[in-house]
Design a protein around this ligand. Structure first.
Ligand code: PEP
Length: 249
């Protein structure tokens, strides 16, 4: 059985006091669930988030990391720095990192390998742009994003990988892929992993959907057999909404 996961990507939102307040509220409202629940606040608030969630099952994860061990990389954060504060899961490849910070497949492959070398868990994000879908090139784009960053991994690495399919046209736009579109792509992703590795690995990897998941559409999206949870942006910043999405899983 693969695990269900609901993760909140807070992006560049919430200062220290707001982080503590949101986590206190979320902890109080957290529904009973067997799914893993994760939140990714900004780097500067990770330590505070860990403290706030000391007696909670909610995990604190990072939004990004650099591939180098240490050194002259002004403004960057290493895997060891995250591990040192008890953060052992990192989001890599978010479309905003690709679009605004020039993160190519090649860079992302390095980041994935650097995180895995430290035994961290990686939530690897990918997804097509609107033009790709309109030109019916979305399967090719997704396949190449996965192949370029993940196909050079050892088979054993897959126990540490979670995938997040996030069509760029659905992120922060209020437009969601239909549950059928999500299922169709998730099944394709699983087949891609089967072809590159094997069915056992493909059937074990959790594949999350991300892109304007809200309390009103979460149940339908999560009901699909190849959708193992969600990566949530905007709705993760509101405790009631995030709690409702967790309930939906
Ligand atoms: C995201 O950025 O990962 C995301 C899914 O955002 P939103 O839910 O706001 O579309």
């Amino acid at each position: 059985m693969r695990g269900k996961i609901v993760a909140g990507n807070w992006k560049m939102n919430k200062n220290l006091a707001e982080t503590e307040a949101l986590l206190t509220e979320l902890s109080a409202k957290l529904p009973d669930t067997t799914a893993e629940v994760m939140v990714a606040p900004t780097f500067v608030n990770l330590v505070a988030a860990k403290h706030s969630l000391e007696s909670s099952t909610i995990e604190v994860i990072a939004q990004n990391m650099h591939f180098a061990e240490s050194g002259a990389y002004t403004g960057e954060i290493s895997a060891d720095m995250l591990l040192n504060i008890g953060v052992d899961t990192v989001i890599i490849g978010h479309s905003e990192r690709r679009a605004y910070f020039g993160e190519t497949d090649e860079i992302l492959e390095k980041k994935v390998k650097a995180a895995l070398a430290k035994n961290m868990r990686v939530m690897f994000c990918f997804g097509e742009e609107l033009a790709d879908r309109k030109s019916e090139n979305h399967f090719n784009v997704v396949e190449s994003q996965i192949k370029n960053a993940l196909f050079s991994l050892d088979a054993s690495a897959w126990s540490k990988i979670v995938l997040a399919y996030e069509p760029v046209w659905a992120i922060g736009t209020g437009e969601t892929a239909s549950a059928e579109q999500a299922q169709e792509m998730h099944a394709f992703i699983r087949k891609t992993i089967t072809d590159g590795f094997d069915a056992a690995i493909a059937n074990k990897v959790s594949i999350l959907y991300g892109g304007s998941v809200k309390p009103g559409n979460a149940s339908e999206i999560f009901s699909k057999p190849d959708v193992d949870g969600g990566l949530i942006g905007g709705a993760a910043l509101v405790a009631d909404d995030f709690a409702a999405i967790i309930k939906a899983i």
